[in-house]
Ligand binder design. Structure first.
Ligand SMILES: C[S@@+](CC[C@H](N)C(=O)[O-])C[C@H]1O[C@@H](n2cnc3c(N)ncnc32)[C@H](O)[C@@H]1O
Length: 303
């Protein structure tokens, strides 16, 4: 079992993250059932009815891809979309820092008809992989956890390989971030200047800085935009609370357990008040970019 976790600098510098980055990530993602429910909430409340995975792989010829890697695979949301799109006999390795995804990832591979292997560990385990050993690498909503190893992704990519990475705009979730910050500041629980882990995370690799971070490592980069808003009507208040409950360690870490409990109570009260006042419900910006990268440059990453 590997559990060495490299902490991106932006997160190390973050006040909240000093609490313990590794345990926060595990706190959020080890609740696999909640992760699934949250994925369904996102799907149901999205204004963009297109499947982001379809947009990501549209126009891509992956039929030559035999050696595939999904980093931060979770339950294999993206792997599922590769069914019938990759080479017969293709093999896929899923890496995730949460061991609990092993069985669900393997089940997804079976459904997709792709021979799968799950590695429990930090994404930096790819440093042990051979040069040019993958035809396709997928990072679906995960590259912002490990932007510091993009050079290694290039190194393990074959010269005809493609990297597909889905990330958020830096202002994604701004309404939820603003709402939570106002609530916590008003109740004397944080300073207004405090940066939530979720903000540091999203901005560590985003639509805005992604090209700049990828360009030293890939000669071909295509950007696809995926505009989306999550809309919660007054009757959807409990879905929004469930969404917040899943993500809370990335908003409220650094608070005492008592303050976390208080924050949840306040969140419900504030949300109720918001829904009483607003006819538009609660709208959350959630625009993404899909980067499709080719022509890896073989320079050694700093280890
Ligand atoms: C937002 S989820 C995305 C999961 C999946 N790719 C999807 O699209 O549904 C991020 C995933 O990355 C994993 N993760 C976070 N940090 C990681 C790291 N340093 N190394 C490997 N996996 C990591 C989490 O456990 C989680 O499963």
């Amino acid at each position: 079992m590997l559990n060495v976790v490299d902490i991106p600098q932006a997160l190390q510098d973050n006040f909240f993250m000093k609490v313990d980055y590794h345990s926060k990530i595990i706190d959020v993602f080890s609740d696999i059932d909640s992760h699934r429910v949250t994925a369904e909430i996102i799907r149901k409340h999205s204004t963009n009815r297109r499947d982001v995975r379809e947009v990501a792989i549209e126009g891509l010829d992956l039929f030559h891809a035999r050696r595939i890697l999904e980093m931060g695979c979770g339950f294999g949301f993206f792997t599922e979309a590769l069914k019938g799109r990759v080479s017969p006999g293709a093999r896929i390795i899923g890496i995730d820092v949460v061991e609990g995804y092993r069985d669900v990832f393997m089940e997804t591979c079976a459904r997709a008809g792709i021979d799968g292997t799950f590695i429990h560990g930090d994404a930096s385990v790819i440093r042990d992989f051979e040069d040019r050993s993958f035809d396709a690498v997928i990072c679906s909503y995960s590259l912002y956890f490990f932007p510091h190893i993009i050079g290694e992704v290039a190194r393990i990519s074959d010269e005809h390989a493609v990297l597909v990475a889905t990330v958020h705009n830096s202002d994604s979730l701004k309404e939820l971030v603003g709402f939570t910050r106002d609530m916590l500041v008003e109740n004397g629980m944080i300073d207004r200047e405090a940066v939530f882990p979720i903000e540091a995370l999203i901005t560590s690799f985003s639509s805005e800085n992604g090209y700049e971070l990828l360009e030293p490592w890939f000669g071909g980069i295509i950007r696809k935009t995926y505009e989306n808003t999550l809309v919660f009507e007054p009757g959807d208040m409990y879905s929004l609370m469930e969404y917040f409950r899943f993500k809370w360690p990335l908003f409220l870490s650094g608070l005492s357990p008592r303050d976390v409990a208080r924050a949840f109570d306040l969140f419900e009260v504030y949300l109720q008040r918001h829904f009483n006042r607003s006819r538009d419900g609660f709208r959350i910006t959630k625009d993404d970019t899909i980067f499709v990268c080719s022509k890896p440059r073989y320079r050694r990453d700093k280890r």
